[in-house]
Structure formats: structure tokens, C-alpha cells
Ligand binder design. Structure first.
Ligand SMILES: *[C@@H]1O[C@H](CO)[C@@H](O)[C@H](O)[C@H]1NC(C)=O
Length: 176
């Protein structure tokens, strides 16, 4: 009996893990502009942006997929995780039509792509070379979670892309 429950728990965990890995891998396979970045928006759509705010590629995630990647996207910040659970409860990116996916309205954009955004005091606005050099100086190849402004900076550090999530801590973007 106990073994049965344990086996069931393990199976459930492994489904959750594989869904998470599968979802992260879908995100990492987005077409990218090296000078751009990726944004996981409140409507459940993860969009890859060019620096001029054009959408290069996107994927629509359902609620289960969104929930599965929260720990990775929130970089183990408990308040941020709780916030994302709230934002994405009952959200299904598949409800979003392709027009909105490609041309998100202003409130779905990451703050840096909105009118009036100022890069002053924006930690994520540091140039890619500065970010990459800082990582190298620390003599580490551990890139996940590092602040970034472009996907190129993350790839230089051997991560996949630079991602912003929702608009919590609005200006911060990190490598995954
Ligand atoms: C969301 O998508 C995943 C992957 O396709 C699927 O396994 C899961 O059942 C879906 N969840 C819902 C609530 O539709």
C-alpha cells in the first residue's frame, strides 16, 4: 500500500518534471533575434521580441505548462512565484488568437517596450559585453538567472536566451 502511494507520488513528480522540461525546451526553441529578448506575458503567450518590439516568434502555453515553469522563471524568489501563480491561474495561452500573439496590446508588453520607458537606472540595460565580462571575471559559466538585456548576452555565457516575465520587478530580465 505504502509502496503504491510512493510509486504514484514518484510518477506524478516525474510527469510534472517532464512537462517542465518539455515546456522550457519549447521556450528555448523560440526563434530569437540576438539583440532581442523573450517575454512571458500575462496572457500565457511567450513572445520573442526584436529590439524594435516586433514579435519574431511565440508559443502559447496552457495553465499546466505555465505553472510548471514558474520556479525556473521566478528564479526561486517566493514572492515572485506566488505572484505568477496568481497572474496565470485560469489563463490559457491557447485562447489567444494569432493576431494578439503577434501584436500584443500595450498592457501585455514588457515595460521596456512601452511608450515612455526609460533605461535610466535599469539594471537589465547594462550592455551585453559588460554583463558577459562581469560573468567571466567571476570565472563562472553559471549563466542561469544572470541579469541580461539581450539573448546574445546569455548565449555568450552559454545560456539560451534572455527572458522577462510578467511585469513584476519590471525592468529585470535574466538568462535561462
Ligand atoms: C497543457 O499542455 C500539456 C502539453 O501539451 C498537456 O500535457 C496538458 O494536459 C495540458 N493541460 C491542460 C490543462 O490542458
Amino acid at each position: 500500500m505504502r509502496t503504491g502511494i510512493l510509486a504514484l507520488t514518484m510518477a506524478t513528480l516525474s510527469i510534472a518534471t517532464s512537462l517542465k522540461e518539455e515546456t522550457l525546451s519549447h521556450i528555448r526553441q523560440l526563434q530569437l533575434d540576438p539583440e532581442g529578448f523573450v517575454h512571458a506575458a500575462d496572457d500565457g503567450v511567450v513572445r520573442s521580441f526584436r529590439p524594435d518590439a516586433q514579435v519574431v516568434d511565440y508559443i502559447k502555453l496552457n495553465e499546466t505548462q505555465l505553472m510548471s515553469v514558474i520556479p525556473d522563471l521566478a528564479f526561486h524568489d517566493a514572492d515572485f512565484q506566488a505572484h505568477l501563480v496568481e497572474v496565470w491561474t485560469d489563463v490559457d495561452g491557447n485562447d489567444v488568437d494569432d493576431e494578439q500573439a503577434l501584436h500584443p496590446s500595450e498592457e501585455l508588453l514588457p515595460p521596456r517596450l512601452r511608450a515612455g520607458y526609460s533605461a535610466v537606472d535599469d539594471p537589465a540595460a547594462a550592455s551585453p559585453s559588460v554583463a558577459a565580462r562581469a560573468a567571466l571575471e567571476k570565472k563562472t559559466l553559471f549563466c542561469a538567472g544572470r541579469l541580461c538585456s539581450t539573448s546574445y548576452a546569455c548565449q555568450y555565457m552559454r545560456c539560451s536566451l534572455c527572458i522577462a516575465v510578467d511585469m513584476y520587478i519590471p525592468t529585470v530580465m535574466r538568462c535561462i
